[in-house]
Design a protein. Sequence first.
Length: 252
Amino acid sequence: MHKSITFVGNGKMALALAKGLCETHTIEVIGRTMGTLERFETALGYPVKKTLYSSADLSDKKVLLCVKPANLDEVAPLLKGKADVLYSVLAGTTLERLRVIDARHYCRSMPNLAAEVGSSMTSLVGDAEVESQALQLFSSIGSALWLSSEKELDIATALAGSGPAYLALAAEALCDGAVREGLRRDDAMALMRGLFEGFGKLIQTTHPAILKDNVMSPGGTTAAGYGALEKGNVREGFMEAIRAAHERAKKL
């Protein structure tokens, strides 16, 4: 028997999460218009229960809140009933702020867009009573990590939540470099995808510094390229990206 989950909101993150959960859960989606809900269902490729805000009732449901943070105060009064658990994916929105929606338990989550392919890295924090079920729920769309404080979740947001954008920048830049040297774009893209796939597996069991040392031979090509990255302050750039994203997460 399928478990049930109710989505409030139908944007990109809601769709990514639904794609990860639709085979194991019966999905209800609450939205503003039937047209947007039908488009969501079409994009998902699975039937969903479509509910308008005007008839939404969260009583005893497990709810995934996926609206924009700025829309929380507008949406909250439209939601009737007391949810069993409210899971929120709203960046920078504290557990205390989430109490504008009535629920027995609250949990903040920070998945990333890889949820769509079952490979999200999701950070969680909230009521201890729901830790195990939250980890189980979000493990169905990838990996999940329970943290001990909201401060840690804001840092995790900067790393794992925003991280796909940083890695996308690195991937694009590596391809651009290969094209500049004379490689065809399609070939550069194929090599980059293979690189990321293999690296993703290696990094699960090997420390980054050891990976780097294993590739870098004395006076070799990797050492030359690595020197150029250090000259370009790439390491500092990534560290500052985490700082800037963390600061922004605290202000949202």
